[in-house]
Design a protein around this ligand. Structure first.
Ligand code: SAH
Length: 354
């Protein structure tokens, strides 16, 4: 059986799927889910992420996290990364911070991952790089200690729902259903919007809402308010307002049909940073103005680090350092599309980069 056959059977028996249900099944189904079966990264995979492009990304974030640890009074802390992919970001963080006096001895390292395939790859990447490594299926088993949290391209993989508010039909939800030939097709059904959307006006554009993202954010913010710490969230997304339909499928570095061969392409949506910041504030955490990835990395010294690395490198290595730096920071590559949100304990001083 394929995921397509399974979805067709399910829709026939129980009716249309919300976009969130469709995303969850495509990405996380225990047998056919995209993340459960694949290693999607790198030139041979479906997409490439910032830590896979340049070591500078993880090095600067490592220095940033160590500084946050110092601000938390150098207490024993939990360094947590959800959705660590191949483990490259965590490996760079640990390498960059190994000479920070006391840091490695004070922390335990926690990777939150649903994919058995990626867990194995992460273990291979990280074995021997820290003495206290742990894997979790979700955030609920993270120890109740000050938190140092970093998430890159994690929130975009969490399911979203999509709603339309029209004059004629009122509120409707976009769903995945079957057409007359039994193929997967998008449709709309009458629906009650979540409370957060209720006051939004009639519009031609879709409104997106990610309950899962908000729940994760609330969990982290409450943890930080209670036990201290800081969180850094980097992803592609928008800072203000709504941006219509941002759901996308990516396969082999190209956009792909959202409904074709479900489970074989990465599905993601742009992150609503304003909504996440709002949830964190409601939970009592401090938030700071959201910045672009380019701005954050430049403020943390990306240019100086790229120059230092390229000085000792030659030929192909030198050009890959410089092109990696440009790709992460320049506005027409990842620099502007990706944004960064920081939340801290309310007693924390203003974090660098924000
Ligand atoms: N942070 C990595 C990988 C980003 S891809 C990088 O920057 O390279 C998304 C990652 O999130 C994958 O590791 C995927 O398996 C994981 N993931 C997706 N949904 C998840 C969920 N609900 N819980 C935990 N991990 C999840």
């Amino acid at each position: 059986m394929s995921l397509l056959a399974l979805l067709q059977k399910r829709i026939k028996a129980h009716g249309p799927l919300t976009i969130a249900d469709y995303m969850s099944l495509c990405l996380q189904h225990s047998e056919f889910g995209y993340y459960i079966r694949n290693d999607p990264f790198g030139t041979k995979g479906d997409f490439t992420t910032a830590p896979e492009i340049s070591q500078i990304f993880g090095e600067l974030i490592g220095a940033w996290l160590a500084a946050q640890w110092q601000e938390s009074g150098k207490a024993g802390a939990a360094l947590v990364e959800p959705g660590p992919g191949r483990g490259t970001l965590m490996a760079d963080i640990l390498r960059a911070t190994r000479h920070v006096p006391g840091f490695h001895d004070s922390i335990s390292v926690h990777l939150v991952e649903t994919s058995p395939t990626l867990k194995k790859i992460q273990w291979k990447t990280l074995a021997g790089k820290h003495h206290d490594l742990h894997w979790h299926n979700d955030l609920h088993s993270i120890p109740k200690k000050p938190l140092l949290f970093v998430a890159n391209e994690f929130f975009d993989a969490l399911p979203i729902r999509q709603f339309l508010h029209s004059k004629k039909s009122g509120w409707q939800e976009r769903v995945v259903t079957l057409d007359e030939r039994g193929s997967l097709a998008f449709g709309f059904i009458a629906a009650k919007p979540p409370a957060a959307l209720k006051k939004l006006p009639v519009s031609d554009e879709l409104y997106e809402y990610s309950e899962d993202s908000q729940q994760v954010m609330q969990h982290i913010a409450k943890h930080i308010v209670k036990h201290s710490g800081a969180a850094l969230i980097i992803d592609y997304g928008y800072i203000r307002g709504t941006h219509g339909d941002t759901l996308q499928a990516v396969k082999a570095h190209n956009f792909y049909d959202l409904l074709k061969e479900p489970g074989t392409a990465d599905l993601s949506a742009h992150v609503d940073f304003e909504a996440l910041a709002h949830v964190a504030q409601e939970a009592g955490a401090s938030t700071y103005p959201i910045v672009t990835q380019g701005m954050l990395l430049l403020r943390l010294g990306a240019e100086i680090r790229a120059q230092a690395l390229s000085k000792t490198a030659r030929g192909e290595e030198k050009s890959s350092i410089l092109s990696g730096y440009a790709r992460l920071t320049s506005p027409d590559a990842m620099g502007d599309l990706f944004k960064a949100l920081c939340i801290t304990h309310p007693g924390h001083p203003h974090p660098p980069g924000f």
